[in-house]
Design a protein around this ligand. Structure first.
Ligand SMILES: Cc1ncc(COP(=O)(O)O)c(C=O)c1O
Length: 443
């Protein structure tokens, strides 16, 4: 069924762009350059928020105004050639708003992957060590170094090797699918403590520049480790002179009910990487770290022609103002509670819903064939997202087994709008579960 906005969809001609590179709903039209993504009548509602870039909302007036004013001043100078106020003011604010009261510096670049690349360069320059430890189910981007750090093989890594070396991978605190078949809290955070074993068996600690982690896995399925996990992990890093890099590209900017998920875990990363909602819809990413670490690379070692574009910086300054003036963090937590209530109910009703999890407004359900075996319900997940799409709700999946449905709805969405979206998701679950039951009875 297609109706309203969907009925007018004109698919962009695949002759002009590598459509096959994406696995998304075809929701862009020539005729509608400014799609309403918050569910006005006859338009699709999006639970994806531009894949987590629109935490403060779509096309907020304050952001548009700030960008417009900058547009009237200048669009580009290249900050390495002619520094400008917007970049420097934004760096100062990022240094203030990120966890840790120590002196910090911030570098701006264009994309999340580029920021992670730079975080790795900076960690290596500072420690003079080569190795990086990353996690199973991690996602850090699609450039070569970030693919080396990313875990999921298809569709991200397969066919694109070789990748840069000196990257080692250890299990994450994915309690629903614990790699060690242990249970929290009786496990005593074995997976975090196991880092010391990795230093003995896999790569010597004096060779390791940094451990990099998403405080809550994004593409890996919105996995939020137990509250004391990162404290143990980061303390172990520091015991061995290893830096801790937090990839907050998806978990940052209010999504988890704190400005950064690191705060929810009570940690102060040595380097914190942001992107997505930082730019409020314009491309921008940041690497914020302890001043002495950020200063380690030599002159000209970091940078890029368009890095920290003036328009993107203007947008980001307005994003930070919005966080100051609106209680978006409380909204994120309310959104999380609302999702949890509905999700727990679905879990009781349908064995397909194996796990309901998240932190603040970073929420997801993991779908399984049976709650006992936990075999991933990948096909059913596809059917559910398709049903949602056909009924006016854009959802996106996640997880190594592509069996997680995640919520990245803008934090300004109202309770009613969120309920409307969850109603569609609920009827999709009912539809797919009923069909499954009917087929099972026939067999
Ligand atoms: C946690 C995380 N790291 C890195 C990236 C890569 O960011 P970008 O797509 O801007 O390169 C993403 C993108 O989804 C992400 O979620």
């Amino acid at each position: 069924m297609t109706s309203g906005w969907f009925a007018n969809l004109n698919l962009l001609a695949p002759d002009h762009w590598p459509l096959r590179a994406y696995d998304v709903h075809n929701s862009i039209t020539h005729s509608n350059p400014r799609p309403q993504v918050q569910g006005a009548r006859g338009t699709p509602r999006s639970g994806a928020g531009g894949i987590g870039c629109l935490n403060v909302g779509h096309r907020r007036e304050a952001i548009v105004r700030s960008v417009r004013e900058q547009l009237d001043r200048f669009m580009h100078t290249c900050v390495q050639v002619t520094p400008y106020e917007g970049y420097i003011r934004l760096a100062e604010r990022m240094n203030e708003v990120t966890p840790g009261k120590f002196p910090k510096k911030t570098l701006f670049v264009n994309s999340g992957a580029e920021a992670i690349e730079n975080a790795v360069k900076i960690a290596r320059a500072y420690t003079k060590r080569p190795a990086i430890i990353a996690f199973e189910d991690a996602f850090h981007g699609r450039t070569m170094m970030t693919l080396a750090l990313t875990s999921k093989t298809h569709p991200y890594k397969a066919g694109f090797a070789p990748f840069p070396g000196d990257v080692y991978r250890i299990p994450f605190a994915y309690c629903y699918r614990c790699s060690y078949s242990l249970k929290y809290p009786s496990c005593d955070l074995y997976c975090a403590r196991h880092l010391e074993d990795t230093f003995k068996r896999v790569v010597a600690n004096e060779e390791v520049a940094a451990v990099i982690a998403e405080p809550v896995l994004g593409e890996g399925g919105f996995v939020a480790p137990p509250p004391d996990y990162f404290k143990v992990l980061v303390d172990l890093c520091h015991k061995y002179g290893v830096l801790f890099i937090a990839d907050e590209i998806q978990s940052g900017f209010g999504r988890t009910g704190a400005m950064f998920a690191s705060e929810r875990y009570g940690i102060e990363p040595d380097i914190l990487v942001t992107a997505k909602s930082l730019g409020g819809g314009l491309p921008l990413a940041a690497v914020t770290g302890r001043a002495e670490i950020m200063d380690a690379p030599g002159p000209g070692g970091l940078g890029g022609t368009f890095a920290g574009n003036p328009l993107s910086c203007a947008a980001a300054l307005a994003v930070l103002d919005l966080f100051e003036h609106e209680d978006l963090l409380t909204r994120a937590n309310e959104l999380g509670d609302q999702f949890q209530r509905r999700g727990r109910d679905w879990q009781r009703r349908w064995p397909l819903v194996g796990d309901v999890r998240g932190l603040g407004g970073m929420q997801a359900i993991e779908l399984v064939q049976s709650q006992e075996t936990k075999a991933p319900a990948t096909e059913e997940t596809k059917q559910i997202t398709q049903y949602c799409y056909e009924h006016g709700l854009i959802t996106i999946t996640a997880g190594t087994y592509s069996n997680v449905i995640r919520v990245l709805v803008p934090l300004v969405a109202t309770t009613e709008q969120i309920d409307e979206g969850l109603d569609v998701l609920e009827s999709a679950l009912a539809n797919v579960c009923d069909n499954k039951d009917a087929i099972a009875q026939l067999v």
